[in-house]
Design a protein around this ligand. Sequence first.
Ligand code: ZN
Length: 353
Amino acid sequence: MKRTAIVYDPFHTHHTYPHHPENHRRVEETWALLQEDSILKHLIQVPSSPAPREAILRVHTPEYLERLEYVALTGGGHLDGDTYVTADSYEAALRAAGGLLNVTGRVLRGEADNAFALVRPPGHHALVNQGMGFCLLANVAIAARWAQDQFGVDRVLIVDFDVHHGNGTQDVFYADPSVLFFSTHQFPYYPGTGAAGERGAGPGVGTTVNVPLPPGVGDAGYLEAFRRILMPVARRFRPELILLSAGFDAHWQDPLAGMRLSIAGYAQLTAVVMELAEELCQGRLVAVLEGGYNLEVLAHNVLSSLRLLRGEADAVSDPFGPAPGAEREVAPLLEQLRRLHRLEDPPFYAIPH
Ligand SMILES: [Zn+2]
């Protein structure tokens, strides 16, 4: 069995807002399911702590960080129509990023094989100078930079299977060939970015890989996207660490989006990412929670992910089953993307060594 680390901090429940889909119950109910299950006693429970300021400032501007702190200190407010800040949100955001850094450190020091950060607020929409889309700090981007700075990791692969495009993560690394960002997402949809033609800029051309999917794609289409696009892209890039932006809102029961993944389907995607981590970077994989707004679906997805990360044989806990009806065909789209990213050819960008 693998040594799997988890970080969860009850403080994350202090960041909440009435009738908002991104509320405290998401992690509270997920944690309750993990407690009912026997899994927690098999996991390395890692404490949370606020991320160091210098780690955050490698991604965000000091002006934005000060503004976020000020809004919280003055009792809270909104960064945009969707994105609330409470008096506790600054601290919660620091601990979300910091908790992720703590488990990433365990993995990079060899004290754990892989990890899951059950943290919020989520991060993949947060821009360098602006929180948005329920996200305050760009957790996964901060972790990628920190792994490079503190552990000398040269190449980080970020896989994002949240139903929304991870525009914040993409922006941070758009011109940076040392971080490969791969995202599957419903398109066109919030936040509007993530077209196939967004492939990076300057030296980073080719290290942003977007798989924009029409609504209605399910387990088979997603798995094909991971096998036909992610696998060759990852093998070409040869990451030393894989981070997974684990958003579970592409599930067919999620209230915010229109995709048709099942919990078993999500598990197959995670299994592909684990296989790549095994093959390319000694299994070093750290997942961090992003979206997922059906509370029961979210909880069972996290439980299944943790069992998979540990290497349990019967990993999937799926009370919902597969989506009813037929799913949308994506083979022609995937072939176009394979040509766009020249997946039959040798690399055409300079990979840092
Ligand atoms: Zn999402």
